[in-house]
Structure formats: C-alpha cells, structure tokens
Design a protein around this ligand. Structure first.
Ligand code: ADP
Length: 640
C-alpha cells in the first residue's frame, strides 16, 4: 500500500504570495512568475490554483522541459495532497501516461503538450497552462510560448497561462505577451562564499574529488553537490568517492552517502536524493545540470562547480550533431552557486579562476532553438495548419537562424513531408502524428508499404529507448562495444538489423528477464522498448487510417526479404543520410547537400569488423562529432 499520509509541508516562499498570485491570475490571461529555484514554483503553483477553484473548469497543466522533473514533481504533489499518483495528480511523458479521467493537476513534458495540441488545437480541457522552467529555453517551451500567445486570444477569458522561471529576464517575456504582469517571488537565499581555483585543473574530475575530500575532512556538516557533465563522469566520480571517502580513517570523519543524480537513473534511485540523510552523515550528490534548477535537493551547503556542461548542438550547414562539453554561462554558474545557500550560508568551489568567469563565460545560455535541428518542430508547425502563419515568420521569443529553418524545410522536402510550395503533404500529416523524429516516422510509413512494418516498429522502438540497451554502447562515448557471444550481430547488415535481431531473440524467450541479464542488456530499457513498440503500433494504426500489416516472418528466406525491405524503407526515411565509402581515406563521404568525411562510430557492429569489410554505401541515423565526425547507427545498403 502506498503511504498516503501527506508529508509535513515546508514553509516555501511562494506560499506567502498566494493571495497576490491568485488576484493577478484572476485579472490577467498571462502572468510571468519569477522565483528563486526552490521557492516552490513547480510544486505549489498548481496547488494554489487548485485551491482557488481553477480545477473546477478544467485541468491545471504544468509543463516541464525534462521528463524526470515531470515525474518527480508529480509524485511530490500527489504526496503533499495525500492522493494516489495517476488519479487527481498525474503525469504524462512521451510513451508513459499516468493520468486518468479524474486527473486535475497534470505534469507533462513540453513535447507532450505540443503533441496534445495536434488533436486538440485549443487545448480545451485545460483551464490553466503553466510553462514551468522557461529559463531553460528548451526548444519545445519556446514553441509553446508562441502558441500560447495565439491561444489566449482564441480562448479569451477561458484560459490562464503562467510562465515561470528562476532566472529569465521577466521583462522580455512580458513584452512578448503585450506587457503582461511580472510577479517576483523573493526567495530566502543565504550568502554563498565563492572560492575560485587559481587555474583550470588538468582534470576537473580529479579536482572535484580532491575538493570533495577536503570539504569532508575540514568543513562542518552539510551536503555537497557536485556538478559533472554526464553519466560517464558521474559514474567515475561516484566510484572514486566511494573508494576514498569510505576508506578515510574511521572515527575521524562523519559518515558519508554518495548519490548519483542524472536523467537516466531509474525512478527508485532518483527518489533517494529527496530522502534526508540520517544524523551525523554527509551526502555527496554527484549530478548533471539537472540539479541546477529542475530538481531542488535540500540540505546542500557546499557546491563544487566544474564550470562545464554537456550540450547538444546542431550545425544546419553540415547536418552534424555534436555533443560537446562546453563552459557554462554566467547565469548557470550563479544558479549552481545558489544551490549552496538554501538552508544556511554556504560555499561554492568554482574549479576555474574568476577571470574565466568574467571573460570567457557567456552571460546567458544559448536557447536550444538556436542550436537544434528544427525538422521536427517545423513539421509540427506545418501540421497545425495555421494558415495565418508563415513558418519563416513564426512569432518566436528568440528566432532561430534562417539557415536552420531552411535546413529543416529541405530535409522535410526530401522525405516527402512537404511539397515544392512548402505545403504539408498527406504523408507529412501522417508523419506528424507519430511521436518520433520525422525520418523514423517516414521509415515506418514506407515499411508499411513494403510489408515489414512489424520489424520497423521494433527498430524505431529500440532507437527510441532513452537508456543505452547494449553493453558498452552508452550514448556519447566511443567505447568499443563488448560483444556478448549470444547476441546477434546484424548478419553483416549493420546496427538497425542487429537491434531488430536482439529484440526478436528476446521475443522468442517470451520476454525472459533472465535472458536480458545474461546478455548484459538493460532490463528496464528492454521492457520500455516492448511497451513503446506496442504504443507505436497503436498510434500508427490510428494515424495510417488503414489496415496495417504487422505479420512476423517465420522462415529464413522471409526474414532475408524483410531485411532487404527494411533497408529500402530506411533509405526513403533517411534519404538525406546516405554515405559512400572512400577507399583512400579510410572513411565515408556523406551524400547530403553538404558532403563531408566521416567515419563509422566505434560503437557500431560494423566498426568492430576487423578485416575492414566495410560496405560501399550506408545509411546512418545521425552524424555526431565527438573527437571526430562519426556516423552513429549505420545500416548497410550495398555490399562490396
Ligand atoms: P521551484 O520550482 O521553485 O524550484 P520546487 O517546487 O521544485 O521549487 O521545490 C520546492 C520544494 O519541494 C523543495 O524544497 C524541494 O526539495 C521539494 N521537492 C520537490 N520535488 C520533490 C520530490 N519529488 N520529493 C521530495 N521533495 C521535493
């Protein structure tokens, strides 16, 4: 039985402004609320509006840029209200909907709300929409800002929109919404002493470790929050800390608990950071920038800031993604420091000199819309049929570059989603209804024509799994994949076919969990894939408005045919993502509108081919620059 007794509620700053907030929301369709991280925006605003009767006429929806925040905050609010999660309070993230008919307060990712507006353009079931964490400037939140501007006009007095932010320049958003009111919720923030390093350390990981140990030995009690860039360095630091902190001479120190915190942790582990430590025990929380503003961890007194963040970028002129470790902005560094001052005066150790902060850090983080591929967003906007809107002139808070809009239009044209006039085609319309990137949606539609939809659904689901499924295949790293002897190898046809074969083999064991474990496959990830596959099949059924052919092949010959058809379908979906072998350069040349030299990512099954039997032509899922430009997830089109 779930524990339904409400927890004791903290005295959050936002609660003192309940009257003022209610009054302002009553009188204004759009209100901007600026409040320090931890002031209670995410957990309390929805409850305030619920108390004030806004859930009588509809749902109070709160968007979050991150999946983990949507889940975690919904869980917390359900607990505070003493209700079961998924009933009055629920959440919806891509491929996971925990809401019911009774849901009145709904946390959802910004992407899910965009998707809902496809089937219900006026979002009429919502009485209030709160765009939370707007300072993160996620691509989807930026698009929602533009849509909300239209929606408040269309739904006039029936919709209330709140935009909240920890750091955002309130006036800019207020100007965007015809000078709507801005409420400031002053937070209780104790002074934080900033300690700079004299120089940039050779390794921020080592330097974080030393700093953490120093704090543990020298400083009075209080938790330590350490900002790392990603799961890889978090795992490394956690294990080093475990070795070193725990082996410090017994009795000379207080106890220690070491906790990782990042987006792909299983929910049980995420919850652990919200559980207060036992007395005389210091927690070390090693986190990504998820702890910067999205999740507030209480009890932190010391912050260690590496000054770096992992950021995904996209170059529209090359079609190349990059996952770069970049310097944080001043705003981010200040947010990180602020985490140390919520309970009492704290300290922030910056592992860089003050001159780096002053001279090198950007003032604010570049919004995602200016560093992302816009293909999915442009298809989305096209599918809304906003006849009064020209995409190139959509009302953005900060417009994307002309190049990236053009790039998106070109990509969409190549995969038949728009015609030569830029109008959405019926293929494009169906594609937009699938919660996948446009190329994958297109592949599914083509596979349906070729009679290999069942297999294509499996591949799409495997590629959509957020966590890495295969051993040694973790995202963003260049580790060689450790081959599990029992796992299929793609029959020399590449990664997509390998992913398909793995799933099929699992299917034959009747989804045996033991089999996943024996083969080093992530059980949670595989179960997720199974569920996603089922959902995609249902969505596809609806979107294609016709009978689907989801038979599975029994004989070897049939399977061979399927592989062939699948590769054809991938060529259509990824028409702009082909590459041909360059014998001289030991690599490939992309055949897109900008040709460039790339290599097969070492995590690929093809990359492990020691005889160098690389195929002549391949289709790739994405181009990514880490140390060099690579093609990731590669499928063979033509063999030598
Ligand atoms: P803000 O949105 O202004 O940053 P939040 O509403 O997220 O503030 O946080 C308010 C308080 O609720 C914080 O003390 C935070 O630790 C607590 N809190 C938020 N989510 C959870 C959770 N899932 N479990 C326990 N406590 C939580």
């Amino acid at each position: 039985m779930a524990d339904r007794s409400p927890p004791s509620l903290p005295d959050l700053p936002i609660l003192q402004f309940e009257e003022k907030i209610a009054e302002t929301v009553e009188k204004n369709p759009v209100v901007v609320i600026i409040g320090e991280t931890g002031s209670g925006k995410s957990t309390q605003l929805s409850q305030i509006l619920h108390r004030r009767g806004y859930t009588k006429s509809g749902i109070v929806g709160v968007t979050q840029p991150r999946r983990v925040a949507a889940v975690s905050v919904a869980r917390r609010v359900a607990q505070e209200l003493g209700v079961k999660l998924g009933e009055e309070v629920g959440y919806a993230i891509r491929f996971e909907d925990r809401t019911s008919e009774r849901t009145k307060i709904k946390y959802l990712t910004d992407g899910v709300l965009l998707r809902e507006s496809l089937s219900n353009p006026e979002l009429s079931e919502y009485s209030v929409i709160i765009l939370d964490e707007a300072h993160e400037r996620s691509l989807n939140t930026d698009i929602l800002l533009g849509l909300m501007k239209r929606l408040v006009k269309i739904r006039s007095s029936k919709l209330r929109v709140l935009i909240t932010s920890a750091t955002l320049d309130g006036n800019k958003v207020s100007n965007f919404f015809s000078d709507c009111p801005v409420l400031n919720v002053p937070g209780k923030l104790y002074p934080v002493e900033i300690v700079y390093s004299r120089e940039r350390p050779k390794s921020y990981l080592e330097s974080s470790l030393r700093t953490a140990l120093n704090i543990h030995v020298r400083e009075p009690e209080g938790d330590v929050l350490i900002f790392m860039t990603g799961q890889d360095d978090i795992d490394k630091l956690v294990s080093k800390l475990e070795d070193e902190v725990l082996s410090l001479e017994e009795g000379s120190c207080m106890d220690a608990i070491i906790l990782p915190l990042h987006g792909s942790l299983p929910p049980e582990s995420q919850v652990r950071v919200f559980t207060p430590p036992p007395p005389n025990c210091r927690r070390f929380i090693v986190a990504t920038n998820i702890a910067e503003t999205s999740l507030t961890v209480d009890g932190v007194v010391y912050v260690i800031d590496s000054g770096y963040v992992k950021q995904r970028g996209y170059n529209p002129s090359t079609g190349m993604y990059s996952l770069d470790v970049v310097q944080v902005s001043k705003v981010q560094a200040d947010q990180r420091a602020g985490r140390a001052g919520r309970t009492r005066p704290g300290k922030c150790y910056r592992l860089y000199p003050s001159t780096v902060y002053q001279d090198e850090f950007l003032d604010v983080t570049v919004p995602e819309i200016q560093r992302s591929s816009l293909t999915g967003s442009v298809l989305y906007l096209k599918s809304l049929d906003l006849s009064d809107i020209d995409i190139l002139r959509f009302d953005f808070l900060d417009p994307p570059s002309h190049d990236s809009l053009e790039d998106a239009l070109k990509q969409l044209y190549l995969i038949d989603a728009i015609d030569e006039n830029g109008s959405i085609t019926s293929i494009g319309q169906t594609m937009s209804e699938l919660p996948l990137e446009p190329s994958l949606s297109r592949t599914l539609m083509e596979a349906n024509e070729y009679g290999c939809l069942s297999q294509a659904l499996t591949i799409a689901a495997m590629l959509s799994a957020e966590t890495s499924l295969l051993p040694g295949r973790s995202k963003g790293t260049e580790k060689k994949r450790r081959h599990s002897p029992d796992l299929p190898d793609g029959s020399g046809l590449g990664d997509h076919i390998q992913l398909l074969q793995i799933y099929e083999q699992w299917d034959q064991t009747d989804y045996d969990i033991g089999w996943c474990k024996e083969n080093n496959l992530q059980v949670r990830g595989m179960l997720f894939v199974k569920d996603v596959r089922k959902q995609l099949c249902q969505i596809m059924q609806k979107a294609a408005k016709g009978a689907l052919d989801v038979r599975t092949s029994e004989s070897r010959k049939e399977r061979r045919d399927d592989y062939r058809n699948l590769r054809k379908a991938l060529c259509v979906g990824f028409a702009n993502q082909l590459a041909e072998r360059m014998t001289l350069h030991n690599g490939y040349r992309t055949l897109g509108f900008k040709s460039q030299l790339v290599q097969v990512h070492p995590s690929s099954v093809l990359g492990t081919d020691e005889q160098g039997m690389y195929p002549d032509v391949v289709v790739y899922h994405e181009l990514i620059t880490t140390s060099r430009p690579f093609m990731r997830n590669v499928c063979v089109i033509d063999m030598k």
